[in-house]
Design a protein around this ligand. Structure first.
Ligand code: ASC
Length: 126
């Protein structure tokens, strides 16, 4: 599905630009700087759900490089655990958004952010 490895690297990086945008735009709500609009958050989290599934196909064999450390491939099991952890964190964020409970949203948002960070710390070059 990618003509060359660079296309896959572009794809996963593009998906993460969108992920970061749709994740980061919720920060003012989480901080209480902007009123909580439960419907708007649900719509945004639905987009996040779709985006969260996208990058992984472009982390398979042959897509080494970009900002990814070689450990993504040499420690594929550890990377897979991070990926699974992220999947669960996004599922929990969806459930929290569906509950329309801001406190649940804040907790799930924090955990999702930690999941992003722990994988970046381990598998992304600085
Ligand atoms: C973001 C983003 C990340 C995570 C991480 C959370 O908005 O781009 O990588 O949140 O910084 O700690």
């Amino acid at each position: 599905q990618f003509a060359k490895p660079e296309d896959g690297i572009d794809y996963r990086q593009s998906a993460k630009v969108l992920l970061a945008s749709h994740f980061g735009r919720m920060v003012p709500v989480i901080k209480g700087e902007v009123p909580y609009d439960a419907e708007a958050i649900k719509e945004n989290v639905a987009i996040l759900n779709t985006l969260a599934a996208l990058p992984w196909v472009a982390f398979g064999p042959g897509f080494e490089g970009g900002d990814a450390k070689p450990e993504v491939w040499s420690d594929a099991k550890g990377f897979e655990e991070k990926r699974e952890n992220f999947k669960v964190a996004i599922q929990n964020l969806s459930a929290a958004a569906d509950s329309s409970d801001l406190n649940k949203l804040k907790a799930a948002f924090g955990k999702a952010g930690q999941s992003c960070k722990s994988c970046h710390d381990a598998y992304r070059k600085d």
